[in-house]
Design a protein around this ligand. Structure first.
Ligand code: HEM
Length: 420
């Protein structure tokens, strides 16, 4: 298939639901391939890693946004994301990143382990209560990360249920293409989040607490180092980036584990294996599949020349299945010699929350397998028709108390389908 057709297929609903076959069609043309007048698609691991670290490439800035989307300043969603570190280049990016990273300390993250465990235990109690199948996404995969990031930010527990809709709406702007209707939905989510955080910031300014919001408010008030807009935009990005992605790691990861019952049993018996398992789950079905960069200067990758103002579409999910780095890449294998998947990106925008996301998954999976040994998929999981953030809308599970029988992978009734 021609690279341009393969890229169009990837953006279609069919391609978004199961991108892996399309990645292989693109890879057949080489690790970097031109797929349109200004579009270059990166599927190779080494090349994706290098592009993300290459100072000749940057994220979309205001100048590019003005060209591509005149009137973007009228959109609360685009405006909010564009003022966060996620969509800012140096020197603004370095300044914001340093300030937020200074508040998002390893000590603060490590201190979350007991909070994560207690919240996960409470959610499992809730899953045991009802009769019949439970939606894992609603009962566990969503509330755990939202509870954890809200606890870090100091969002009161009673307000947390509000965030799922707002954040899911807003993240539509992270997709490579968005319709006017989807943008209107994203704008609504952004406006709600902005007004919520405006109030929270005011409350913390009046009465400081030991939380991340207070730390960022103090960074802002300590000098003109984080503007008011940047403070709100980064709080929103922390919240949104902090759970939609981790929710998908928990959902995609559980499906993969239930599809590989022997591997799941090994993790149940040996929770110390969790770090290797979580890295393999991140590689195998990455919660973030795509990011992009624009070049400001000529570059050459392999035998492909990229002129200035080219777009590199970096397919993290494809790079994670590059056979030059990961032999037999479609196989789930927590014992791989090479790990370090690109699911958290690389270079200056490397995920600020990687340690927190890993911690949540490393606590959650062994705990789920130990407390719910009969856990099994109990109906057809429904995937979101999204590519950038890959995950499930619903994932019905049966919460048996008896160990589930070991089945041959792929033959389990109601198997999740395309998580190759
Ligand atoms: C499994 C879960 C997660 C995945 C797969 C993930 C993935 C990513 C990726 C790929 C990027 C880089 C985007 C790019 O280069 O364009 C990123 C950036 C970021 N992530 Fe995560 N993330 C996860 C969890 C979290 C959590 C829990 C937080 C915060 C609490 C977080 C906060 C951020 C922030 C603030 C950035 C922007 C960093 C920058 O631009 O300098 N993420 N994440």
């Amino acid at each position: 298939m021609d690279p341009a057709d393969a890229l169009a297929l990837l953006m279609s609903p069919e391609g978004r639901l199961d991108p892996y076959p399309t990645y292989e069609r693109l890879r057949a043309h080489g690790p970097v391939v031109q797929a349109g007048p200004v579009f270059y698609v990166v599927t190779g691991y080494a090349e994706a890693d290098a592009v993300l670290r290459d100072a000749r490439f940057g994220v979309t800035d205001d100048v590019v946004r003005d060209q591509l989307m005149p009137g973007w300043r009228e959109s609360p969603a685009v405006l909010s994301i564009s003022r966060s570190m996620l969509r800012t280049n140096p020197p603004d990016h370095s300044r914001m990143r340093r300030l937020v990273a200074g508040a998002f300390t390893p000590r603060r993250i490590a201190a979350m382990r007991d909070v994560v465990r207690a919240q996960a235990d409470g959610l499992v109690d809730g899953m045991l209560a009802p009769e019949g199948p439970v939606d894992f996404m609603a009962a566990f995969a969503y509330p755990l990360p939202v509870g954890v990031i809200c606890a870090l930010l100091g969002v009161p527990a009673a307000d947390r249920p509000l965030f799922r809709r707002w954040a899911t709406d807003l993240t539509g702007v992270l997709e490579p293409e968005i319709t006017a209707d989807e943008l209107a939905v994203a704008d609504r989510g952004a406006a709600e989040l902005r007004s919520y955080f405006t109030e929270l910031v005011a409350a913390r300014r009046r009465a400081p607490a030991d939380d991340l919001t207070t730390a960022l408010v103090q960074a802002h008030d300590g000098g003109d180092r984080l503007s008011g807009d940047e403070l709100l935009a980064n709080l929103i990005v922390l919240l949104v980036a902090g759970f939609e992605t981790t929710t998908n790691l928990l959902g995609n990861g559980l499906v993969a584990l239930l599809d590989h019952p022997r591997a799941a049993a090994a993790l149940r018996d040996r929770p110390d294996l969790a770090p290797a398992y979580v890295d393999e789950l991140l590689r195998y079905d990455s919660p973030v599949q795509l990011t992009s960069r624009m070049s400001t200067a000529p570059s050459r990758y392999g035998d492909v020349d990229l002129p200035p103002e080219s777009w590199a579409i970096v397919l993290l999910g494809a790079a994670n299945r590059d056979p030059r780095r990961y032999p037999d890449p479609a196989r789930f294998d927590p014992w791989r010699a090479q790990s370090a998947p690109l699911s958290f990106g690389a270079g200056p925008h490397y995920c600020l929350g990687a340690a927190l996301a890993r911690l949540e998954a490393q606590v959650a999976f062994p705990l789920l397998l130990r407390r719910l040994p009969g856990l099994a998929v109990a109906g057809r999981p429904e995937r979101r028709v999204r590519l950038t953030l890959r995950g499930h809308a619903t994932l019905p599970v049966r919460v048996g108390r008896q160990a589930a029988p070991v089945t041959v992978p792929g033959t389990r009734p109601g198997a999740a389908g395309p998580t190759p």
